[in-house]
Structure formats: C-alpha cells, structure tokens
Design a protein around this ligand. Structure first.
Ligand SMILES: [Zn+2]
Ligand SMILES: [Zn+2]
Length: 306
C-alpha cells in the first residue's frame, strides 16, 4: 500500500515526475496491501512451473534429431503420461506445501526486515536496474552457498534415505521434475531462497524477479538438454543442465555437483572431481570416436554402456 492517494501526491513527495515504470507500479500497487503483493509469488510459481517447461515437453515428445543431439541422456525418454504425472505431483506439492509456506513466511521476512529497519519495500522510487542486478547477484550467491551445504547434508545416509531420495527418482531429470521432492526438502530448501532477501532486503519487484528467475534456473538445470545457444552459458561459473544432470545420473551415490546454480562451491570443496574426470575421459573418447559420439550424442549413457 503506497502512502499517496494520487500520482500528483507521489510526484510531490519524490520531488519529480514519476517515470513510466513508476506510474505503472503506482497504478497497480497503490491500493493493494504489502501482504497481497507478496502473495503474488504463489501465482508466479504456479504459472512459471506450468508454462516454462512446456517447450521442453514438446521437444521431448517430438524426438526430433535436431534437438536429440543435445539430449544429455538420450536413451531415457519419458512418455506424456509420465511427464504429466510428474507435473501433477509437483502441483499438488505447490498447493499443499509451497503455497501455505509463502502465506506464513511473510511475517518472518517482515520481522527480519524490521530488525534491520529496512524490510522489503513496496513504495517509490523504484530501484534502479543496477540495484536490482546487484541484489539478484547476492541472492543467487547466498542461495547457491547455503543450498550447497544443505544438499550435501541430504546426501548423507539419513538425509538421503528419508528425504532426498524422492528428488533422485529421476536419474535423467526433466524440467517438470525440478521441484519434484519430498515435502520436507521443499521446506528445507526454501530457507536458502529466503535468506538473501532477508539479509539484503530490496524492493518487492526485485523479490518477485528473484523468485521467478530462481525457478526458471531450476527448470533449465533439470531440462535434460544441454543447448549450446542457451544465454546462461555466458554467466561466469554457471553450472547449467549438463552439470546438474551428472548429479542425477550418478544418483544416491553421488558425492559430486551439489551446487544449485554455480560451480565454484564444488570446485572449492573438491566435490566436482568425479564430474571433471568424466568430462575429460568422455571428451577424449569423443575425439577418438568422433563419428559415433556425434551420432549418439549421449555422453553419460555411452559411458554406462561401456
Ligand atoms: Zn542430490
Ligand atoms: Zn535436481
């Protein structure tokens, strides 16, 4: 809820005319409570997880050779009922766990903000593009680091058997399986997502962007396809689909590639050695058997059948 009744009042308070984006924001949010704006996240989650994986579903069902050469585990292909089943399971989880979690997490975020006398703000002026960029970078770094250690803990005997095993039911992940996990894992891994905004609170728009981008990143990472043209290839130390796919391929025994976004944690703590070794061996094999390698395209699967 903005503390101005009209655009003129807002302009007077700011000491300048509102930008186009600020006018849009005023018109949309002026009469809405902060809590209601915060809860938009639930809608974004439902929409993003329903829509963003759709192209990957079509690509998987088409089975076209132009895309298949980028499939990381080409010998594993799920049918439409299997993928739809995964989607239904994830939606049920959203409805029963993620949605309610969002509803009750607002007071704690608010509390953290209050403690720092900042809080996630909804007012004017809007943050600059630079501020949004820096805060998003911090959120991704905080999430990545915290997620690394929680994920690594979940690969212990107890954590894996009781909780994390569910996420690893897909040894060849698909986009819809990105949030497919035990309800306890969904709750636990919610902490890294909220930690960044709690520590460095920004504008509500930045928070929305963060939730959306983090989900899109997870969908891409679980896509099962390693497209060379994906823009994320230009992000320094970005893991991507190939990186996380290896973690799923190895499965419960995996002690490699724990990080959710970047590669530096696994590098620093020495948990990327298996992946690096495989990559080296496979690229050597690919060199030697260039023709065969290009035809099959599936690195890990080829190795498995060796
Ligand atoms: Zn895992
Ligand atoms: Zn995963």
């Amino acid at each position: 809820m903005l503390p101005y009744a009209t655009l003129e009042e807002a302009a007077t308070a700011l000491g300048r005319n509102l930008t186009f984006a600020e006018t849009l924001w005023f018109n949309y949010s002026a009469q809405k409570s902060d809590y209601f704006l915060y809860c938009h996240n639930i809608l974004f989650l439902f929409v993003i997880f329903s829509v963003v994986p759709l192209p990957m579903l079509v690509i998987e069902l088409l089975g076209s050779s132009s895309f298949d050469k980028y499939k990381i585990q080409p010998k594993v292909r799920l049918s439409f009922p299997e993928m739809f089943g995964c989607y239904k399971d994830v939606m049920r989880m959203f409805f029963l766990v993620v949605g309610p979690l969002q509803l009750v997490s607002y007071p704690s975020i608010k509390l953290c903000g209050f403690m720092q006398l900042i809080g996630i703000r909804t007012g004017l002026p809007l943050p600059s593009a630079w501020e949004i960029f820096v805060q998003l970078a911090v959120y991704f770094m905080v999430e990545d680091y915290t997620n690394y250690w929680i994920h690594r803990f979940l690969h212990g005997k107890w954590g894996y058997e009781k909780i994390h095993r569910v996420h690893h039911e897909y040894s060849a992940p698909i986009s819809y399986a990105a949030p497919y996990a035990h309800w306890a894992e969904v709750l636990i891994l919610g902490i890294p997502s909220f930690l960044g905004p709690a520590v460095v609170p920004g504008h509500m728009i930045t928070f929305w962007l963060w939730i959306a981008l983090r989900q899109i990143e997870a969908i891409e990472t679980h896509s099962g396809y390693d497209f060379p043209w994906t823009p994320t290839k230009y992000i320094p130390f970005y893991g991507g689909a190939d990186y996380h796919d290896y973690h799923h391929y190895v499965g419960g025994q995996s002690q490699s590639n724990f990080a959710s976004v970047f590669t530096y944690c696994d590098f620093i703590y020495g948990t990327d050695k298996g992946y690096r070794y495989q990559k080296k061996v496979l690229s050597k094999m690919k060199e030697e058997l260039r023709g065969v390698g290009e035809k099959n395209g599936g690195f890990y699967q080829d190795l498995k059948s060796e």
